[in-house]
Design a protein around this ligand. Sequence first.
Ligand code: 6GU
Length: 249
Amino acid sequence: MKIKVITLFPAMVETVLEESLLGKARAKGILSIDVVNLRDFTEGRHQVADDYPYGGGAGMVLKPEPIFRTVESLKKELPDARVIYLSPQGERFDHEMAQSLAADTRPQIFLCGRYEGIDERARVALVDREISIGDYVLNGGELAALVVIEAAARFVPGVLGDDRSADQDSFSDGLLDYPHFTRPPDFEGMKVPEVLLSGNHENIRVWRRKEALRATWLKRPELLTRMEQEGRLSAEDMRFLREISGTDA
Ligand code: 6GU
């Protein structure tokens, strides 16, 4: 993925992107992510990026000129780039969107709003896609951009390392994840399920599938409804679900 992040708070974004798997993937060149300071495209001694909203009311609005200048300057270098604006008014981000962003070969410019948002003329003229990470309001798009970038980057080959893959995660098969255990086998009387110690791969597969179905049935039943409608539950799944729902989980 080739990404530019436009923000008034570059340090907030950069510190997160330097760490952990994202930092390593950037160092290896698997991910190219540059943070661009919107302030660098403001004018005058005070480098003002925001202004009062026409019509009155609380808060400030990001001025159009610096946003146009920043995006136009990036697009000169990357003419096929897509501009993604992070805002609570956007399409709701999910697993499928993360996967499709990761598969998009075009450069992606993430534009982080602040305060009450950006001037509508910049949004209409420059933005290709508006994304929200959920129904609540953040102080700006920075944390949302980081959420979107991290979730998408997990689908880029090499980001998770050799022996891991995002298609083993929760949601990849439409279900929540099954529980995980590591040593010791008995921690203060709390034991690891016997089947996981058995080495019987078929029994382990069945246990994990049942536990994934049980977790989903208990915590996110609407996901099962959707999977059933999409024909993504096997005859075995349906049998497991009857077992689970008949036994108070
Ligand atoms: Cl993308 N931005 C802001 N400011 N708040 C949000 C959001 C985005 N997604 C949910 N809340």
